[in-house]
Design a protein around this ligand. Structure first.
Ligand SMILES: [Fe+2]
Length: 164
């Protein structure tokens, strides 16, 4: 697909983001398995459910625009997840691994927050009100997840890891 207009660029970026969410739907169950703190495991599982609905939202937007949801694979996300799994495999202590898991998960969340932010701004500019509302809903979920992870890290996971 050629990108010759602002709208084309918006659609291509939506397809990239759809790939991000699809990759996360695959990766989050493994991250939840690896987590030892129950609260962290639960937070990851809750975000897995949100991620599934975020993917459905993006599918709906793309279909509304007559675009194929599986057009692109986001390679930045592939690299981030590969790194996360490599790290998790290297760290044997459970508390250290949980702190590392949060760092990896927050890297992903910040990436998603950046992309949703850009796409929401573009949807507004293009006058796509339904798209905008859906993108803002997902953006809010990503921000909340990021805050929950920060809270868990500060309150228990990082202090436990630092005691190792
Ligand atoms: Fe997401």
């Amino acid at each position: 697909m050629n990108v010759d207009s602002f709208r084309d660029m918006y659609i291509a970026e939506l397809q990239e983001l759809r790939s991000v969410e699809a990759q996360l739907v695959d990766a989050l169950p493994r991250m939840a398995d690896e987590a030892s703190h129950m609260e962290l495991k639960q937070a990851i599982q809750t975000h897995l459910e949100e991620t599934r609905s975020q993917q459905v939202r993006l599918d709906a937007i793309l279909r509304r625009h007559g675009a194929e949801p599986r057009e692109h694979v986001d390679q930045a996300m592939q690299a981030m997840l590969r790194e996360a799994e490599k790290w998790a495999g290297m760290v044997r202590d459970q508390d250290l691994r949980d702190a590392g898991l949060i760092a990896s998960a927050q890297r992903v969340e910040h990436y998603e927050i950046a992309v949703y932010g850009s796409l929401a701004t573009w949807a507004k500019l293009l006058g796509l009100e339904d798209d905008l509302q859906a993108l803002l809903s997902s953006l809010e979920e990503e921000k909340q997840t990021d805050e929950i992870l920060t809270g868990l890290a500060k309150r228990m996971v990082n202090p436990d890891a630092a005691a190792t």
